[in-house]
Design a protein around this ligand. Sequence first.
Ligand SMILES: [Mg+2]
Length: 322
Amino acid sequence: MKPNAFRITSAITAASLGLILASCAHHDAASVPMPPEPAPIVAAAPAAKAPPAFDPNAPYKPINLPNRTLEANLYIQTSAEYRALCFQAYDAMTNRVKELMANRPPGSRPAAVVLDLDETVLDNSAFQSFQELNGLEYDGRLWDEWERHPEATRLVPGAKEFLDTATQLGVNLLYVSNRVNAETTTAALVHNGLTVDEHHRLYLKENRISNKDSRRAAIREKYDILFLVGDNLADFSSEFTPAQNPKTVSDAAAAISERSAKVDANRAKFGTEWFVLPNPVYGEWQRLIQKHPRELLRSPETMTYPKGTTPLSPIPVPRQKN
Ligand SMILES: [Mg+2]
């Protein structure tokens, strides 16, 4: 980790320590046995549930299933394979943008490449490291603190060279991101040698609308989109976004199959209209496995299981179609 990032981590750690301790005290108090409450004689009609009020002082949640994301984050930070995958994606984009720009008819509308930011252009894995080191779940307040330190953000390998080449070719670079703070986002890009100006624009989340379709549609009105770049399939189309978080294992398996089938149906777009960066830490895929990580593992049906071991139930997860 960079020294700056270390300092920030230390500062955040110190700031959050009090909250963690407060959280522990709260849990201790909660563990004192309380006398059972008498059963109500007449059941009250269920009141309409108001959304829980946001409490900025609520304790941070301890991480669910420790080590779940540890190795995934180490894959990003330490594996040369991650680096190679990013180069593979960005170098393919460089070739593609050169090819498309060489064949643009005169008088075409302005050309644009649309990119997501987090884990596509910006590498926030140090933020994930902070969560791991402190055993904390993601929390918007921690993310806000992270955004206030743009100097800790790095670029995904290969991004800078591609963005520079596209800029030289006269391509507009449009960042469609679900970040909300233009100032800190610009600072993170500028800190990493990138630009935000009339040819390098931000399309951030507004009015709490995470769906990026409307922003892409607005861009299409003015620009010819050469291709889209992201680490999450929702960076290409909202059709990949699961309608809701699954409640049961079979709901999760069905949603996983559905998502994969949509990828199969759009296979020709990958590497031509859509380019994907690897993100093994988080994404919409992870929402589908949250409560059932082990039950969704696929085990070999043909294997004879050793005595005393537990064969996993065969969940209908999709297979490669050849
Ligand atoms: Mg992203």
